[in-house]
Design a protein around this ligand. Structure first.
Ligand code: PGA
Length: 251
């Protein structure tokens, strides 16, 4: 069974509310094939407004991060219940910028994944090695640790509710993309890890996205790979034309 592709746009810390609404509107008005999922993750301030814009369109709304608690004294955090209230159905956890700029650990990220799933959001767990780790030959060791710790105690979810995003840190925002062979090699490794953590029939249904300088001119070849089930797109998701082209990948 082939997994349903997911093309996800991460807008990071870009766009005012008015700009976000306008871009969401342009993307939703584009050609979106019915055999794939499309998702946008605006900054928190624009979530509710973009949620309104995307109502009655096939485009899904996501948060760039989530807390694990429903409410309480957690200054600077947003609860999964609030995210759902704004229209979100998904949330990203453990993006490399959270790990490397803000010091988020595997233990913290694991709580975010658990919290998203507990309250009914799909969780996109991001993992990825740095250039230094790759050059030292530690790619698989690093990824295995991030996967095992990020998914520790995570069980009993519906398969479509957990998504893994492989984003090599050296490819994010740098214009350098992993080759399709490099991506497939890692994705296959991650799929086998999922088989080890869960059952094969579950692992076979969990989507593994590739992220890191995905653009209109490299998405097609990346998407031909057996275990590449979609893309997490940063820079190229900030313009309707390039993102719509990525959504319309030909594999
Ligand atoms: P990029 O970002 O496409 O700009 O490399 C990807 C990401 O950070 O998710």
């Amino acid at each position: 069974m082939k997994r349903r592709p997911l093309i996800a746009g991460n807008w990071k810390m870009h766009l005012t509310v008015a700009e976000a609404k306008s871009l969401a509107n342009d993307i939703a008005a584009g050609d979106i094939p019915s055999d794939r999922d499309v998702m946008l993750a605006p900054p928190f301030t624009a979530l509710a407004a973009v949620g309104e814009t995307l109502k009655n369109t096939p485009v899904l709304l996501a948060a760039q991060n989530n807390c694990w608690e429903e409410k309480g004294a957690f200054t600077g955090e947003i609860s999964p219940v609030m995210l759902k209230d704004a229209g979100c159905v998904m949330a990203i956890a453990g993006h490399s910028e959270r790990r490397h700029i803000f010091g988020e650990t595997d233990i913290l990220i694991n709580k975010r994944v658990a919290g998203a799933l507990k309250f009914g959001l799909t969780s996109i767990l991001c993992i990825g090695e740095t250039l230094e780790q790759r050059e030292a030959g530690n790619t698989f060791i690093v990824l295995e640790k991030q996967m095992r710790q990020g998914l520790s105690g995570i069980d009993g979810f519906a398969e479509e509710q957990l998504v893994i995003a492989y984003e090599p840190v050296w490819a994010i925002g740098t214009g350098k993309t992993a080759s399709e062979t490099q991506a497939q090699e890692v994705h296959r490794f991650l799929r086998n890890l999922l088989v080890d953590l869960y059952e094969k029939n579950i692992a076979d249904n969990i989507r593994i996205l590739y992220g890191g300088s995905v653009k209109p001119d490299n998405v097609d070849i990346l998407m031909t790979q057996e275990d590449v089930d979609g893309a997490l797109v940063g820079g190229a998701a900030l313009q309707a034309e390039s993102f719509i082209r990525i959504i319309n990948f030909n594999a």
